[in-house]
Design a protein around this ligand. Structure first.
Ligand code: NDP
Length: 597
């Protein structure tokens, strides 16, 4: 239903009022890491630590991080003939985010067909449109086995130092397990959402009951399994969950079904749209899984997220829905009126309509009127990570489940007995922190080590004014090093693995070129890096990062993009333009802008 100008003005006013309630001076600094007095929160509940002898050898390629980035890069390098890729991983196995996040109900929010990498290469058919976490974790192990990546991997190991030895033309890597080995090339896939955080509230350490972060789920306490067995040990427990982001949306229905009492502490509601998950039918899959199918699907998703009028939408989900609505509005205008201003207006109108639908959905699904009002999200859909779920809202109809809305102020304190909101103490047996992961901090602070490049220059020094790379992947003065992440590249947040998988292709092309030509080092020429950064800075940042949005990690907790944040944007032409550029760049074989020695 189109929205009138008066309705729009009223909604906009509400958006700003809700944002203002939540603005706080401390921004990102409000959170605390699972360190020091909270160190116990960080322990790995899934795999026991095993003793091993420190490693002191040499490998061709060392990759820090055993999530999708390390796995896909390792796979592509193996295909290119590199036999000794060593992945170093903090967790006890491959998986990265999918190793740690085993909370009940965890599943991918982007369709498995494009989210799970290397499906074609491993011959795996996802079981559902949105696969659950155990299947994704098993897929990570499958990639590891298929490409022989377990052989050299070091688990439960954190890199502490990484420095370039210009005489030997290799990197020296040191770890917290006493390893000191060398590698010709290094890759890093350490995030971005890997450093778990706790809310910055007092008293967390004083709580006398059980507490844990969602990325360290304690099934020994809750009962149940990541595969979906009910959390039977919670039947006599009063449980609090703090946070209502994408993680909480997925696990709340499971907690509501199991706990004697569930209190969901909310600061800002998520927008929760229809999920519509369904099994993937083998006959259908066989009919579409012809050679090159996954690339076709990936390209089609990107096409559907870009400007233009793609003929078909293969994925058909919440991400492409918004783009489709915008396109329909633009298409209704004569081509002479396809101006940037009209595009933005179409975007805004489509967003208002979408959010009205999402708020109406709350009324349709939640019985208690007050609860329904409090579950409505008053901001534009892309101000925060959009959520999709078919049972989250209904979970609040369970008699034992209660929403404790904090009117944007958040939980005040934790006491020995429970959780305090606006002076009221709620006594509970267990507190689960669904408080997310660090985002706004500097890359090197999050990675836990600082690269030391040519002439001892640190990456943190090189990036003092903001990130500087060629293609978001290579840095001048840091030879043979690759940083696998979306910034200064496609920045396709609706399908993060696509960014990573594409970088893996670039890395393997560069390494193959180096090895075939007997080169010992490569890095971007300073001029090429500067030109790339200049191009990135022409990106307006549009809605993502807008200070008008309610605070969250998309907009630097309400502070908007700082000058430094602008350096972490993507290609100004969007994901499609980046992928087209890089594909051409690596296929020509001259790797323009790189220096080879
Ligand atoms: P988020 O950062 O999205 O959510 C943290 C939550 O904690 C927010 O609701 C936040 O409120 C709340 N919070 C923080 N401090 C307080 C406080 N003092 N009192 C009350 N509440 C508080 O973390 P998630 O783990 O949910 O998700 C992080 C990201 O991980 C997602 O955005 C997504 O990118 C990814 N993810 C992906 C999934 C998938 O693809 N399947 C599933 C889950 C996560 P407020 O909003 O007001 O800041």
């Amino acid at each position: 239903m189109p929205i009138t100008a008066d309705e729009k003005a009223a909604i906009q006013k509400r958006y700003l009022a809700e944002r203002d309630k939540r603005l706080r001076a401390d921004g990102n600094d409000q959170y605390q890491r699972l360190e020091d007095k909270f160190e116990a929160f960080a322990a790995d509940p899934y795999t026991p630590l095993t003793e091993r002898t420190p490693v002191t050898d040499h490998v061709t390629f060392a990759f820090i991080g055993g999530g999708f980035a390390g796995l896909v890069t390792g796979a592509r390098l193996t295909e290119a003939g590199v036999e000794d890729v060593r992945i170093i991983e903090t967790g006890g196995d491959f998986g990265g985010t999918w190793y740690w996040n085993r909370y009940p109900g965890a599943q991918c929010d982007t369709a498995s067909m494009i989210y799970m990498p290397l499906l074609e290469e491993t011959g795996h058919m996802p079981s559902e449109k949105y696969a659950h976490a155990p299947e994704i974790r098993a897929h990570c192990a499958r990639i590891g086995k298929t490409f022989g990546l377990y052989k050299h991997a070091l688990f439960h190991t954190e890199v502490t130092a990484l420095s370039w030895d210009d005489t030997q033309k290799r990197w020296t890597i040191k770890t917290n397990r006493g390893d000191a080995f060398t590698a010709k090339y290094v890759g890093m896939g350490t995030g971005p959402l890997h450093v778990a955080k706790l809310p910055g509230i007092t008293g967390i350490e004083t709580f006398g009951g059980k507490s844990f972060h969602t990325s360290r789920w304690d099934y020994a306490y809750t009962g149940g399994t990541p595969e979906g067995a009910p959390l039977d040990k919670l039947a006599d427990k009063r449980v609090a969950i703090i946070g209502t982001g994408a993680t909480s949306v997925q696990c709340v229905p499971h907690l509501a079904a199991a706990a004697k009492e569930l209190l969901v502490f909310q600061r800002t509601p998520s927008s929760v749209d229809v999920r519509n998950n369904k099994p993937i039918e083998p006959g259908w899959f066989a009919s579409i899984a012809t050679k090159g199918w996954q690339k076709r699907w990936l390209d089609n998703f990107v096409e559907n997220q870009s400007q233009g009028f793609p003929a078909e939408d293969l994925v058909m989900d919440g991400w492409t829905d918004l783009s489709r609505r915008i396109r329909e509005k633009v298409r209704a205008l004569p081509p002479t009126e396809w101006t940037p201003e009209n595009m933005m207006a179409a975007f805004e109108d489509a967003d208002f309509e979408k959010m009205e639908e999402i708020r109406t959905r709350v009324d349709a699904l939640v019985t208690d009127e007050d609860t329904a009002q409090n579950l409505k999200a008053w901001y534009r859909q892309l101000c925060k990570r959009p959520c999709f779920h078919d049972t989250y809202l209904q979970a609040f109809n369970t008699p034992s489940a209660r929403l404790i809305d904090t009117d944007g102020q958040g939980v005040e304190a934790i006491t020995e007995k429970g959780v305090v909101v606006q002076g009221t103490e709620y006594e509970v047996d267990c507190i689960i922190y669904a408080s997310g992961f660090e985002v706004g901090s500097d890359y090197t602070a999050r990675a836990g080590f600082d690269l030391e490049g040519r002439d001892g220059k640190k990456l943190s020094e090189h990036w003092l004014g903001g990130m500087r790379t060629l293609h978001g992947l290579q840095v001048s003065g840091f030879p043979n090093a690759f940083i696998v992440q979306p910034s200064q590249a496609a920045n396709l947040i609706s399908n993060v693995p696509h960014n990573i998988a594409d970088h893996a292709n670039t890395i393997s092309a560069i390494v193959a070129h180096m090895e075939a030509n007997g080169f010992s080092e490569t890095d971007p020429a300073p001029k090429a890096e500067a030109a790339w950064v200049e191009l990135i800075l022409t990106n307006s940042g549009m809605l993502i990062g807008s200070p008008d949005c309610t605070p969250g990690y998309y907009n630097n907790e309400g502070k908007g993009l700082t000058d430094k944040n602008r350096y972490a944007l993507g290609h100004p032409g969007g994901a499609k333009a980046f992928f087209a550029h890089i594909d051409k760049w690596r296929s020509t074989g001259d790797f323009e802008g790189l220096r080879f020695r």
